[in-house]
Design a protein around this ligand. Structure first.
Ligand code: ADP
Length: 512
């Protein structure tokens, strides 16, 4: 049961680790996908704005060329309102998003005072710079009424040089961003040196309620991609909306938790089933043990009594018996012996399975143990007209074993050699040692075990057909018990058998 609990625990931990890993992987993929979207939308909006500005510059220059005379007249008399109005209408007709204009002289100073204050200080700075370096990077100019950006074009020398300055509503840039902005994203046009938000999809800065138009730390952390807008002072920036990644993560956590819960539930059900089965198995085992114990103990005594009585009659002590009676009495005696053997084997098996078989391991002289055991089984061999021969009795090898358990195992092999050996067989016993192991070999000259039967020899209740016609039937449990007894003492049991020539069973034990 503990084994199953540990398995289930390990499986559930592995599933948890796997789900977490898969979740992280999916989260990373999701973010990478949105970074690629951000890359695409910032690049396309930056490209669109850059082309838009370039086009405006081209058109302002074209306008200057087409309206030279009108601009020249206006420059000669800038305070003439009629001339101003005419030029204003011409520009308004030419440029749909026009907001205001001014004309500056060669030094970059507006030729007419702007009474409305639309051309603010920043514009004047840009005009001066343009007059000096002929360069202009458009930027958004804050104005109480309208946020705007300016496009400047130089006036030709024939107009005594100077600059035409046209301002446009900045909202138009917001529309460009709007077309490129993806769901869950926010596209901004920022002025990067001050991290100032200039335009959003809603329009220029004032269209968007907030106290501070610089990017906050949180906004900076949410930036997915930045693309420079060529020929301007701006960057196009894409940030993810706060919900985008958090929602995806929450969904992932929810699904992973659900899957994990399902596994937990399945594990729990499995655990309950196994526990129930285990309980049933233990109960069945207990019943079997109790049954075996009762049967064995209750059978052993009467069988011993019956056998004793039968042998007593058979010995002739109680009076003459005829040959027919003797035959029946021998059959009865043999079967009593077989039942006793079976009972002993079953009791041993039960003890082994219940883990109740104890081993009193002590250093023993192997030759003494083997000789003693041969002595104890001599009568059995003689009974079956067989004999034992210990081949190298002088070797002195010590092993750590439980003497009685070892004798039980060896006796079984000796009696098997007698049972399954040749008629009047001389069973050879030898003790050898090599590589730190002692080996006791028992060789008979019986019919041997066919190759096809050999894998089953140590199985419980294995009684091979090929040797079933022997004088004494066993239980088929002996070798299985021998194997367990020897392995529990750190040894090994095996055999070599050649059909028609005999078998050699051996016990190997580590030398003490
Ligand atoms: P059993 O009580 O029947 O002797 P074992 O477990 O001792 O049971 O042996 C299992 C089977 O292995 C035997 O029934 C027999 O067929 C075969 N066997 C065991 N020892 C020998 C041997 N020395 N020679 C040939 N066959 C053997």
């Amino acid at each position: 049961m503990r084994k199953y609990t540990i398995y289930l625990l390990v499986i559930n931990i592995l599933i948890l680790v796997l789900l977490t890993w898969m979740g992280n992987q999916r989260y990373r993929d999701f973010k990478a996908y949105h970074i690629s979207i951000a890359q695409e939308s910032t690049a396309s909006s930056a490209q669109a704005i850059s082309s838009f500005i370039a086009e405006k510059k081209r058109l302002v220059a074209l306008f200057v060329n087409e309206h030279k005379d009108q601009i020249s007249q206006y420059m000669q008399d800038p305070e003439d309102d009629a001339l101003y109005e005419r030029l204003y209408s011409a520009i308004a007709n030419y440029f749909p998003h026009f907001f205001t204009f001014t004309v500056a002289d060669a030094a970059g100073i507006p030729v007419r005072e702007d009474f409305e204050g639309y051309v603010g200080d920043l514009c004047k700075v840009d005009l001066k710079k343009f007059a000096e370096h002929d360069k202009q990077l458009p930027r958004i100019h804050p104005n109480n009424a309208v946020y705007h950006f300016d496009i400047l074009a130089p006036l030709p020398a024939e107009l005594q040089s100077g600059t035409l300055f046209i301002s446009f509503h900045a909202d138009i840039l917001g529309r460009v961003l709007h077309n490129a902005q993806a769901l869950g994203h926010q596209l901004l046009l920022i002025e990067p040196t001050a991290n100032l938000i200039e335009v959003t999809v809603d329009g220029a800065r004032i269209k968007w309620e907030r106290d501070d138009y610089r990017l906050s730390t949180d906004e900076k952390n949410r930036i997915l991609y930045v693309s420079k807008v060529d020929n301007t002072a701006w960057d196009a920036v894409d940030l993810y909306l706060p919900g985008l990644l958090a929602d995806f993560r929450n969904t992932l956590v929810l699904y992973s938790s659900l899957i994990f819960m399902l596994f937990l539930l399945a594990s729990f059900i499995f655990y309950m089933i196994v526990r129930r089965e285990e309980r049933l198995r233990i109960a069945a085992e207990r019943n079997k043990d109790e049954f075996l114990a009762v049967v064995s103990h209750d059978l052993r005594t009467p069988i011993t009594a019956i056998r004793g009585s039968v042998e007593l009659i058979n010995s002739g002590c109680l009076g003459e018996t005829n040959e027919q009676m003797n035959e029946c009495l021998t059959i009865a005696s043999n079967n009593c012996q077989r039942i006793s053997l079976l009972i002993n084997d079953l009791l041993d098996l039960q003890k082994i399975e219940a883990g109740k078989m104890t081993f009193n391991i002590e250093r023993q002289n192997l030759h003494s143990l083997v000789s003693q055991c041969i002595e104890n089984n001599k009568a059995y061999a003689e009974e079956h007209k067989a004999s034992f021969a210990l081949q190298n009795p002088k070797d002195d090898i010590a092993v750590n074993v439980d003497a009685s358990r070892f004798e039980q195992a060896l006796s079984n092999l000796l009696s098997n050699a007698v049972k399954y050996g040749a008629k009047q067989d001389k069973v050879l016993i030898s003790i050898e040692h090599s590589g730190g192991y002692a080996c006791v070999k028992i060789t008979d000259h019986g019919p041997g075990i066919p190759l096809s039967d050999q894998p089953r020899v140590f199985s419980r209740f294995a009684q091979l057909d090929s040797v079933s016609n022997t004088k004494l039937k066993g239980t088929g449990l002996g070798l299985s018990i021998v194997q367990t007894l020897i392995e529990k003492q750190g040894g090994r049991v095996g055999f070599v058998s050649i059909e028609g020539q005999g078998s050699t069973f051996y016990i190997e034990l580590p030398i003490a």
